[in-house]
Each structure stands twice: as structure tokens, then as C-alpha cells.
Design a protein around this ligand. Structure first.
Ligand code: SP5
Ligand code: ZN
Length: 359
């Protein structure tokens, strides 16, 4: 039995080598590494999946979800860092933030555009862990192309479901700031593309172990895109720490179109699958005519970055639950850091999704 969900892929992901993560001031090894996507590709190819190259798209859907200033910064960040001589003095070969224009610094006024290149990053990056190297922009842009290509396949009706092997991931990026190993919000761009292709209402269902804060903020006041996320409770000490609680439900036209289901550390298949089913029911009740599945597989028990304890059978069942509503579905890769498990987890989820859609 071969996997029939097409797998959208770009070699350009290899150009992004974060080279590390600065955590509490300490340079630690990177978790979001090129070997992740390669391991997924190996598992899906072994299941005889069809690989579809990501097609270049213009910036249209990207400009719908991100501020022009963020896109301008990301596009030129590496060159500006290099031009400022920072590779040699002090000897930093990645773009990293240093000072942050937090609201309390400015009494609500707009920050200056810093003259110093090394001071600009903090206006766009909300953590110290998400480093930019020479190929980061090209890889992140190609990941968006992969998500948009998958959305085209689904939106045109040529397949019920498509999977985009996006790397770097995207679900932590808001309209104006990046972080959490993410640079551009692939899932949000896919949702916009599905809308362009005729879906009136799109639901993003985020299974990554961490809160999908990016889509939450991008679509906070919008009634046409629902955001739902199951994740380890940020209030109990987990990234993104400052948000992701059940009380965050959207505002204005988006009131009721955001649903967070935080779980305690240690939660396993039973609680997690109940939450997944609840998200899918909410997406249905919302009236979604297409889904974007933000598929992080870092909720797996063996994952080094989260305390959730989901099994591979749990991910397969989650795929079935998501597929059971028969909605056109774009699957976008998010986190997942156990290199030995990541390929099997993604494959199991996609197999479950196919089973759910066939029923
Ligand atoms: C896409 C995604 O899953 N992003 C998650 C980023 C969460 N990173 C939080 C890291 C918290 C500190 N971990 C210490 C390990 C240092 N390498
Ligand atoms: Zn994650």
C-alpha cells in the first residue's frame, strides 16, 4: 500500500543551517536541523509517496499574513549583518537579537529605526533562539512555496489532501515578529491561498506540542479563518510562555474563532486525542470548508523538546480524526525533533488521514 497524499518538497530547506540556539545566554546545539526534513523524506519515499516539487509563488499570500517591514528585514538580514562586519567583530556568524523595543520602553510611541545593524533584530525577533544564517531567507521562502503549492493542489480539487514538507517551520510567526525556530508562517499563507481558491472559511488545526501563537495573532480579529491549537500548557512553564491559554478566544469578527486546548505536561494519547477531536468538531461547527493541519510531531513521547507523551498510534488516530470530516486538507510540517522517530510519525499521521478521508 503506497501513500497517495502528494508530498510537496524543496531542496532549498538545506540552505537553512541555524547553527545553534542561544538559550538563557548560552549557545546550545540547534534542534531545528536539516536532517529533520531529510528523515521525513526518507520515510515518505519508502512508502512510495509521490514527491511534487514546490512551485515558486509571488509574495501575494505572504503579504496577506505578514507586515512588509518584517518581510523586508528577513529578506536582507543576513546581508546587513555581514555588511556591518559582525562576522569578524565580535565574530558572530548568525543574526541574533540584542535589544528589544518592548512597549514599556516607549510609552506607546513608535521605536526609532536603529542606525546600528546589530540593534535591528530585536524589533522583529521575539526570542534569542531563532538564528538567521546565509541561506535562511531562501529556505524559509521556499517553505512558503511548498505550503502554497500544497494549497493549490487541494484548492483546485485535484486531490483531497496534500502534505508540504515545510522547513523551517512557521507556526510561531505573527504578522510582525518571528521566533520559535520559525521565520515565515507557512500554515497562515496556505490558509490565505485556500481562501483565494474559493474556500469561504478555513480552519487551522495545530497539533504541534507548542501553542500555535502565530496564526492566533494573525487571524485574531478575522471571522474567515479559525485557529485551534492543542499544546502543552504555557502557563505551566512551556514555550511560548506568554500566551496560549484557554481564555484566548479572538476578538471582533474573530470572536469565538480561536480555540486553545492546553494540556498538562505528561499528557498522553487519551487526553491529546480528546483535544484533537474537540478541535476538529469546533472547526466543523465553525463551518470550515477547508482545513490546514499544522502538523508538529513534537508531542511524541520520545521528543526532546516537549513533555507530552503521544504515541505513534496516537498520531495515526489523530490523522483519522482530522480526515473523518471529509474536508479538503493541506498538511504543513511544523516541529518534531526526534530524528529517529520523526519520519514514522509523519507517515503514520498521513496514513491515518487517508483512512479517515476514505471512510
Ligand atoms: C516549531 C517549534 O516546535 N518550535 C518550538 C520552539 C521551542 N523552543 C523552546 C526551547 C526551550 C529551551 N530548550 C532548551 C534547549 C536548548 N537547545
Ligand atoms: Zn513545537
Amino acid at each position: 500500500m503506497s501513500l497517495s497524499v502528494p508530498v510537496v518538497w524543496s531542496d532549498a530547506h538545506r540552505l537553512h543551517e541555524p547553527g545553534g540556539e542561544v538559550w538563557v545566554g548560552v549557545h546550545t546545539p540547534a534542534s531545528e536541523v536539516p536532517a529533520r526534513a531529510e528523515a521525513i523524506r526518507v520515510a515518505l519515499t519508502a512508502a512510495a509517496a509521490t514527491i511534487v516539487p514546490a512551485e515558486a509563488h509571488d509574495d501575494d499570500c505572504l503579504a496577506c499574513v505578514h507586515d512588509a517591514a518584517l518581510l523586508r528585514f528577513l529578506r536582507g538580514a543576513w546581508q546587513a549583518w555581514q555588511a556591518a562586519g559582525l562576522l569578524h567583530d565580535p565574530g558572530q556568524d548568525r543574526v541574533v537579537p540584542y535589544i528589544f523595543p518592548l512597549p514599556g520602553l516607549l510609552n506607546g510611541r513608535a521605536p526609532l529605526e536603529p542606525a546600528a545593524a546589530w540593534a535591528r533584530t530585536g524589533a522583529y525577533c521575539f526570542d534569542t533562539m531563532t538564528l538567521i544564517g546565509p541561506g535562511t531567507w531562501e529556505a524559509a521562502r521556499a517553505a512558503v512555496d511548498a505550503a502554497l503549492t500544497a494549497a493549490d493542489l487541494v484548492g483546485s480539487g485535484s486531490t483531497r489532501a496534500a502534505y508540504a514538507c515545510c522547513r523551517p517551520p512557521g507556526h510561531h510567526v505573527t504578522r510582525s515578529v518571528y521566533g520559535g525556530s520559525c521565520y515565515l508562517n507557512n500554515a497562515a499563507a496556505a490558509a490565505e491561498r485556500l481562501r483565494q481558491q474559493g474556500a469561504e472559511r478555513v480552519a487551522i488545526v495545530d497539533l504541534d506540542a507548542h501553542h500555535g501563537n502565530g496564526a492566533q495573532e494573525i487571524f485574531w480579529q478575522r471571522g474567515d479563518v479559525f485557529s485551534g491549537s492543542v499544546h502543552v500548557d504555557p502557563a505551566a512553564g512551556w514555550f511560548p510562555h506568554f500566551l496560549g491559554t484557554a481564555g484566548e478566544t479572538g476578538a471582533g469578527k474573530g470572536h469565538g474563532a480561536n480555540l486553545n486546548l492546553p494540556l498538562p505536561a505528561g499528557a498522553g494519547d487519551h487526553e491529546w486525542l480528546e483535544a484533537v477531536a474537540m478541535l476538529v468538531r469546533a472547526a466543523r461547527a465553525y463551518g470550515a470548508d477547508a482545513l490546514v493541519l499544522a502538523l508538529g510531531v513534537d508531542a511524541a513521547a520520545s521528543d526532546p523538546e516537549s513533555p507530552l507523551c503521544v504515541s505513534i498510534a496516537g498520531y495515526r488516530e489523530a490523522g483519522r480524526i482530522v480526515g473523518s470530516r471529509g474536508l479538503p486538507t493541506v498538511v504543513v510540517q511544523e516541529g518534531g525533533y526526534d530524528l529517529a522517530a520523526i519520519g514514522g510519525l509523519v507517515l503514520a499521521t498521513l496514513e491515518g488521514l487517508e483512512e479517515g478521508l476514505e471512510r
